[in-house]
Design a protein around this ligand. Structure first.
Ligand code: NAD
Ligand code: UDP
Length: 338
């Protein structure tokens, strides 16, 4: 029996595939390479010493995806595939709704058809919106501020409705906080297109000399040093959370929702200082205007995942900085030409 991983050559997917292969799971990956590269497949096989099946298929291609279900004995699905850039989702909302929501609908329809009713879905802390106070618990009211976030919230609702209609389904919704870091080998990591939107890839590109200085978005937030506070989680810890979620859907039905975060909030300046300490480098920065839609503080109450999944983070901010840097310095152009 195999685990189907959609979006398995992406940042979080690739790290999860490695953990699954390391634990002896049979893995089938589907990706359309809209935000990842074929090179990732080689690197996963190199790190794990194992092979897996790969299909270059778009989730919007019903016939192509059905072939994957026909040709493999799939027992469970981890669904990472989706577009994820907040700013881009504001410019091209229809593409985001179509890709993320229709892709999920087609996937779930095929899962139903082939009797595969165990799903782990990648949601995001963005569904907590602007109005909740951290630490965030899973039962808080949800809202969103951009089309990307709305796709996540809508998919969560669709999955809830699916379980109401057919209680045989077991679905774990994972709300990720801020994944950073990379595999300790430095062979796989986050490979953003163009100018990074997120903090850590921007910092590593300043460190490697690709960008002049970090722009810090605001220093008058209601936080200890005025800069925004987030819950950064090492991508390998996050990947391991998916193995726990698979165990959960194996034994339980219904929808189960978990925050995957450390429960600790760090400010932008904390991250800059931790990066400097971990790498012995200096990061130039300027304070600029706030970015619209940013909240002061966003960090998890991670106690439900500890209690019900027996999962918690093992790596600290220094590990995250060191591993992000190792990936960046050994792959200055990401997966392109190294
Ligand atoms: P990523 O872009 O690196 O990986 C997503 C993968 O899905 C890519 O390889 C892309 O090519 C693929 N994909 C997209 N649309 C597809 C389609 N229609 N058919 C087939 N493949 C498709 O992103 P990531 O950071 O690994 O994120 C994985 C998931 O976690 C996403 O759903 C994302 O929204 C969610 N998430 C990410 C973060 C984060 O900060 N990285 C935070 C919260 C939630
Ligand atoms: N941030 C920043 N400069 C950047 C990118 C991000 O100051 O170039 C800040 C941002 O305002 C937030 C934190 O870093 O407080 C994390 O931002 P990121 O985009 O990585 O995650 P998100 O805001 O989606 O949680």
């Amino acid at each position: 029996m195999a685990i189907l991983i959609t979006g398995g050559t992406g940042y979080i997917g690739s790290h999860t595939v490695i953990e699954l292969l390391n634990q002896g799971y049979e893995v089938v990956v589907v990706d359309n390479f809209s935000n990842s590269k074929p090179e990732v497949i080689k690197r996963i096989e190199e790190i794990s010493g194992k092979k897996f099946s790969f299909y270059k298929v778009d989730l919007l291609d019903y016939i192509g995806l059905e072939k994957v279900f026909k040709e493999n004995n799939i027992s469970k699905v981890i669904h990472f595939a989706g577009l994820k850039a907040v700013g881009e989702s504001v410019s091209i909302p229809l593409k985001y709704y179509y890709n993320n929501i229709t892709g999920t609908l087609i996937l779930c329809e095929l899962m139903s058809k082939y009797g595969v009713k165990k799903l782990v879905f990648s949601s995001s802390a963005t569904v907590y919106g602007m109005n909740n106070v951290s630490p965030l618990t899973e039962d808080l009211p949800l809202s969103t501020t951009n089309p990307y976030g709305s796709t996540k919230l809508m998919i969560e609702r669709i999955l809830n409705d699916l379980v109401v209609s057919d209680p045989e389904w077991g679905i774990v919704i994972l709300r990720y906080f801020n994944p950073i870091g990379a595999h300790e080998s430095g062979r796989i990591g986050e490979d953003p297109n163009g100018i990074p939107n997120n903090l850590m890839p921007y910092i590593t590109q300043v460190a490697v000399g690709k960008r002049a200085a970090l722009s810090i978005f605001g220093n008058d937030y209601e936080t200890s040093d005025g800069t925004g506070v987030r819950d950064y989680i090492h991508v390998v810890d996050l990947a391991k959370g998916h193995l726990k979620a698979l165990e959960k859907v194996k034994s339980e039905k219904g929808v189960m929702v978990y925050n995957l975060g450390t429960g600790i909030g760090y400010s932008v300046l904390d991250v800059v200082k931790a990066f400097e300490k971990a790498t012995n480098m200096t990061i130039l920065y300027n304070i600029v205007d706030k970015r619209s839609g940013d909240v002061d503080r966003c960090f998890a109450d991670a106690s439900k995942a500890l209690k019900e999944l027996d999962w918690k983070c093992e790596k600290n901010l220094e590990d995250m900085c060191r591993d992000s840097w190792k990936w960046q310095v050994s792959n200055p152009n990401g997966y392109k030409e190294n």
